[in-house]
Design a binder for this molecule. Structure first.
Ligand SMILES: Nc1ncnc2c1ncn2[C@@H]1O[C@H](COP(=O)(O)OP(=O)(O)OP(=O)(O)O)[C@@H](O)[C@H]1O
Ligand SMILES: CC(=O)N[C@H]1[C@@H]2OC[C@@H](O2)[C@@H](O)[C@@H]1O[C@H](C)C(=O)O
Length: 417
């Protein structure tokens, strides 16, 4: 059956992801039909299931670079797969069962390809690859990056399949990385089909632990080739770490941004921090807690000593860094400013951060994706349900302009009972 014929029948899919904040597993049950501009999603259920505290601590430690043995790695991999499978089971309660799972897993390590931000300057080589699955040799143009990127998501799909009895797609990033891409961000192609507008250019801004943007131009002409996307830098990662430090572990995040709102941002410090190299690298680019993590926060705390900031001022200044780095990247790397910004991810609930973004973007309205009918809390989980659905239909999921890969590829490995 052709993908479009297959897609006429709605498919019930579960999407699972735990992001860089490691705050829990976002799970959705969706009904999907169509393939591209006719792609339709009905959100039947969505929930976040917190990690067991001990497992979260282990994941954060691994993500922060603490060395572990291969045996410990194997143990964490399966512990994550088990809680992901439980999330898949819980989200179906009271509903008809799903036939497919898209599981992003838990990122514990992400290394962009060498020469990050310097796409096109390194030369490319064409390789002919003979696969055992196809009679024809396939030609891939592979950027001459050495080394390639590397991205590790734990929670193996094979175990999720056997625990749930449901076909599972996982390991979404590796195919894009193998052909020179960053393997991130992967959500922009889904954003394009769910959130584009006939007349309006939009920035879809996710603010998770890390921030990432997809600029989607109005849907005319060759609009797909004009999409731009990249990781903007820190979202909540530095803020969450600072809140934990300043509250001596009593709090894990700044609820609604109230603490930061009681302070004042230190503009010279924000300006100093914006000199950091990452903010000036041209896209495609991706990042993670390896850069914007504990060591980075320690440097920020050191820099702040010169200004004798109190806790609220420090949080206001870190919040300003998130807002300013997002807006700075739009002004620097977009062909034109968007007519609307649609926020999603946990940071869209930080009212102070939203106000600061609105102030910096002056007359460009800053909304959330909820306001155009797509859940801001669950958009990433929905996206991995769609990516699994596309994989199952044989439709590529990456956007080479966003990831830097040399071409479109099928994303994810399929495990079936
Ligand atoms: N009410 C709120 N007020 C302020 N911040 C909030 C609120 N709710 C959530 N957050 C922030 O959002 C974070 C979680 O966001 P989210 O779940 O989108 O991140 P993630 O998916 O783990 O990250 P990424 O998108 O980088 O993979 C929390 O750690 C917290 O900082
Ligand atoms: C390696 C990794 O897990 N990257 C995440 C992270 O969280 C936000 C940003 O950095 C983004 O590039 C990506 O996630 C989303 C889901 C993506 O691939 O589009």
């Amino acid at each position: 059956m052709h993908p479009t014929e297959q897609a006429a029948v709605p498919t019930r899919v579960i999407g699972l992801i735990s992001g860089t904040s490691v705050d829990g597993i976002d799970a959705v049950l969706v009904e999907i039909s169509g393939t591209e501009l006719d792609l339709k999603i009905e959100l039947l259920a969505g929930a976040t299931y917190p990690y067991p505290a001990e497992l979260r601590e282990k994941i954060l430690a691994v993500g922060a670079g603490v060395a572990i043995s291969m045996a410990e790695l194997a143990e964490i991999d399966d512990a994550i797969a088990i809680v992901f499978a439980q999330a898949a089971q819980k989200i179906q309660i009271g509903h008809q069962p799903a036939t497919l799972i898209g599981s992003h897993g838990q990122t514990v390590y992400h290394r962009p390809p060498a020469g990050v931000g310097k796409a096109g300057e390194q030369g490319k080589k064409e390789r002919e690859i003979l696969t055992p699955y196809s009679a024809e040799a396939k030609r891939f143009t592979i950027p001459n990056t050495n080394p390639l990127g590397y991205s590790l998501q734990l929670g193996r799909g094979a175990l999720i399949t056997y625990l749930t009895g449901i076909t599972t797609v996982s390991n979404f990033r590796v195919a894009d990385i193998a052909i020179g891409g960053h393997g991130a961000p992967l959500v922009p192609r889904v954003d394009a089909y769910l959130l584009s507008h006939p007349q309006e250019g939009r920035c879809i801004q996710n603010i998770g632990g890390i921030g990432n943007v997809a600029y989607i131009p109005p849907q005319h002409g060759d609009w797909l080739s004009k999409i731009r996307a990249w990781d903007t830098g820190p979202g909540n990662s530095l803020l969450d770490l600072a809140v934990e430090h300043l509250s001596a572990g009593a709090k894990t995040y700044d609820e609604d941004g109230n603490w930061a709102a009681s302070g004042t941002p230190c503009d010279p410090l924000v300006e100093q921090w914006l000199n950091q190299e990452y903010f000036h690298l041209p896209p495609p680019k991706s990042t993670g807690r390896e850069l914007f993590g504990v060591a980075y926060l320690h440097q920020c705390l050191k820099d702040a000593q010169a200004y004798q900031l109190n806790a609220a001022d420090l949080l206001a200044t870190l919040t300003e860094l998130t807002a300013a780095s997002i807006v700075h990247s739009y002004r620097t790397f977009l062909p034109e400013m968007p007519q609307r910004v649609l926020l999603c991810g946990g940071g869209s609930r930080n009212l102070y951060l939203k106000r600061r973004l609105q102030l910096l973007l002056t007359s460009i309205p800053v909304w959330t994706t909820d306001e155009v009918g797509l859940s801001a809390d669950f958009k990433e989980a929905i996206a991995f349900a769609v990516l699994a659905y596309w994989r199952n239909l044989g439709i590529p999921g990456n956007l080479p302009i966003a990831t830097g890969a040399s071409q479109e590829v099928l994303l994810g490995e399929i495990y079936q009972i």
